[in-house]
Design a protein around this ligand. Sequence first.
Ligand code: DGP
Length: 111
Amino acid sequence: MSCVFCRIVAGELPAERVFESERVLAFRDIRPAAPVHVLVVPKAHVESLFELDDRELAGELLLGAAEVARLQGLDRGFRLIANTRHDGGQEVGHIHLHVVGGRRLGPMLAR
Ligand code: DGP
């Protein structure tokens, strides 16, 4: 299995898990951009948002992200990011939602 997030889901690679539901896992990003930076992924491999065609799973991912934000105490707000394919800066080809917060975030787009 070569996908790094599939390996985390399988327990083959360590990660600090913060939330889990039936089909979704959330763990801390290894390169945090803010005090709270958690990735929410489906346990099954889905390449990107373009390949996500399961509405229930899409809902579970989104609600999982909200639950992570609640659990992490981000009641002042947070940012949800889904980098998608090359131009979106997606580095890992397993769909993931970034839940970023814990401080006031700056302008959204970097060059
Ligand atoms: P993206 O650019 O949206 O594909 O972001 C991928 C993120 O995944 C990036 O912020 C770093 C994180 N990441 C990459 N490899 C690992 C890993 O092995 N463990 C964890 N926890 N995060 C990782």
